[in-house]
Design a protein around this ligand. Structure first.
Ligand code: EPZ
Length: 421
C-alpha cells in the first residue's frame, strides 16, 4: 500500500491534460453488451481501476476485448456466455449495476449481486428496477441478489422520481432493444448521458432528447458494434481548476468543453477566481484573495456533487463564511473531519456545512474516504504548511488518471511513498 506525501506552498504552473470521463466510460462499456454482432471501438478510454474492473466483468460475461495499450478498447459481444455479475466484482465497483439493462435487453435475464452502499450514501437502485418493471420485466430480490427477467421488453412511458444518472442510463440501454418507444421523463441530463446516447445512436438506436429531462428511445431488434469517443472528464478538469486557483497558479486545462462546467465556473468566479474559457480549454491566472460563497449541489446543470469536497477545500481559504448544501447524497461530508484535522474551520449541520476562512492549514496524516474526498485532501495539502500524508489512495486512483504525474508536471511537490514510512 502507498500514501501520498504533499509539501504545500507551491503555485501550480503549466498545462494539465484532461483524460476521458470515468462516468461516461463505464456506462458506454456496459452498453457494448447490446451489440449482437460487429465490433465496438471506444476511443479516449481512461485507464482507471474502475474501468479495469468493468472490463473484467465484461470478459466474464463472454465479451472479447482487446486494447491498443493506450486509450482505445475493442469489444465484440456477439457470443455472451453469462448474465450474472458476482458479488466480488459488484462489491469492487457499484457501477456494475449498469450491466443490468443491457443484459436484460439482450438475453432476457440479468442477475446481479445487490450493490451495497458506500461512504457517501446508501445508493439504492429502486429507480433502476422501477424502470425495468415498467418495460415489462419481472424483478425479484433475494439472498443479496436482484434478478430481472423478460422474454421481450416493451417500450413504456417512465417518470423518474429523481433524475438519477444511473437509472436514466440503465433504462436507456434496456429500451434500446425493446419493441416500441420508451419515454423517460425527469431524466438526468449530465453530459455523460449525452455521450452514452451518441454511442447508442451509432449502434443504430433512434434516440432523442439526451441532455434534456425528456429522452425518447425507439428500440431496435438488433444492434451492432460502433465507434465512440469518450468525452473529457469534467470533474477531473474542475479538480485541477480548483487546485490552480487555491495555489494562485497559472494553468491551462484541456481538452475540455467549458459548457460542461458552466455552474462550477460561475461559482468559482463568484469566489473571485480568474478563469478564461478558451477554445476547448480553461485558463486560470492568479487572482488574489478568494471570497466566501454559498453553494448547493444539484443534478446537472446545477453545481455537481462530485465537486463539492474539492470546493470545500478551496473555500477554507476564502475570506468569510461559506455555506455548502449537499442535496444529492445523504452522507457526503466525510472529508470534513479530515480537513478539520488540518486546521480547517467547518461546522456540519445535517446536509449543510459552514466553512469559515481563511484558515491556516497545516500538514498531517489524513485518510481518503472516497474518490472525491481524497481529491479534496490533496488540494488542501497543496496549500498547507509542511507535509501532508494522504492514505487510502486507492480511492483516488479509481477516478483520477496519473494524478501524481499530472501534479508533478505542474510543479507540485507530491510523491507516492510506501505506507510504512
Ligand atoms: C453517478 O452515480 C456518478 N457515478 C456519481 O459519481 C455521481 O456523484 C452521481 O451520478 C450524481 O451525479 C457514475 O456515473 C459511475 P444517481 P449514480 O443515481 O448514478 C438517489 C464519482 O465520484 N437514487 O444520480 O449512482 C441516490 O441515492 C461518483 O465519480 C435513488 O434514490 O447517482 C442519490 O441520492 C460518485 N434511487 C441520488 O439519487 C435510485 O434508484 C443521485 O444518484 C438511484 C439513485
Amino acid at each position: 500500500m502507498t500514501k501520498l506525501r504533499i509539501r504545500g506552498g507551491r503555485p501550480l504552473v503549466g498545462h494539465v491534460p484532461v483524460s476521458g470521463a470515468k462516468n461516461a466510460a463505464l456506462p458506454i462499456l456496459a452498453a457494448s453488451l447490446l451489440a449482437g454482432d460487429g465490433e465496438s471501438r471506444l476511443l479516449s478510454v481512461p485507464w482507471l481501476n474502475d474501468v479495469v474492473v468493468m472490463l473484467d466483468l465484461l470478459q466474464t460475461l463472454g465479451v472479447e476485448i482487446e486494447t491498443d495499450g493506450a486509450n482505445t478498447v475493442y469489444l465484440r459481444a456477439g457470443n455472451l456466455s453469462g448474465c450474472e455479475a458476482p458479488y466480488e466484482l459488484v462489491n469492487r465497483m457499484r457501477a456494475s449495476v449498469l450491466i443490468m439493462g443491457p443484459l436484460l435487453a439482450r438475453l432476457g435475464r440479468a442477475r446481479i449481486s445487490l450493490p451495497g452502499g458506500c461512504a457517501i450514501g446508501s445508493r439504492p437502485i429502486d429507480l433502476h428496477l422501477k424502470g425495468f418493471t415498467a418495460l415489462g420485466a419481472d424483478v425479484t430480490v433475494g439472498h443479496g441478489f436482484v434478478e430481472a427477467e423478460a422474454p421481450q421488453l416493451r417500450g413504456a412511458h417512465i417518470y423518474l422520481d429523481y433524475p438519477s444518472v444511473g437509472a436514466t442510463e440503465n433504462i436507456m440501454m434496456a429500451a434500446s432493444l425493446a419493441t416500441g418507444t420508451t419515454i423517460i421523463e425527469n431524466a438526468a441530463a449530465e453530459p455523460e448521458i449525452t455521450n452514452l446516447g451518441m454511442y447508442l445512436n451509432n449502434m443504430g438506436v433512434d434516440i432523442r432528447g439526451c441532455g434534456t429531462d425528456r429522452i425518447e428511445i425507439r428500440g431496435m431488434e438488433h444492434l451492432k458494434g460502433a465507434t465512440q469517443t469518450i468525452i473529457p472528464d469534467r470533474i477531473e478538469a474542475a479538480t485541477y481548476l480548483m487546485a490552480a486557483i487555491m495555489t494562485q497558479g497559472q494553468v491551462t486545462i484541456g481538452p475540455i468543453d467549458s459548457c460542461y462546467l458552466h455552474s462550477a465556473i460561475a461559482k468559482l468566479r463568484e469566489a473571485g477566481a480568474d478563469i478564461e474559457t478558451g477554445e476547448d480549454q480553461l485558463i486560470v491566472r492568479p487572482a488574489g484573495p478568494l471570497r466566501s460563497i454559498d453553494v448547493q449541489t444539484l443534478p446537472y446543470p446545477g453545481f455537481p456533487t462530485d465537486l463539492q469536497p474539492q470546493l470545500m477545500a478551496l473555500l477554507t481559504q476564502a475570506h468569510g463564511a461559506s455555506l455548502i448544501t449537499e442535496t444529492v447524497f445523504e452522507n457526503r461530508f466525510l472529508h470534513v473531519p479530515e480537513l478539520c484535522r488540518m486546521g480547517a474551520e467547518i461546522k456540519v449541520i445535517e446536509r449543510r456545512a459552514l466553512v469559515r476562512g481563511p484558515a491556516r492549514l497545516t500538514g498531517t496524516t489524513v485518510a481518503a474516504t472516497d474518490l472525491r474526498a481524497g481529491a479534496a485532501l490533496i488540494l488542501a495539502g497543496l496549500v498547507a504548511e509542511g507535509e501532508t500524508y494522504v492514505t487510502e489512495t486507492y480511492h483516488i486512483n479509481r477516478g483520477y488518471v496519473k494524478i501524481v504525474d499530472k501534479l508533478q508536471a505542474l510543479g507540485a511537490d507530491v510523491e507516492q511513498v510506501p505506507e510504512a514510512d
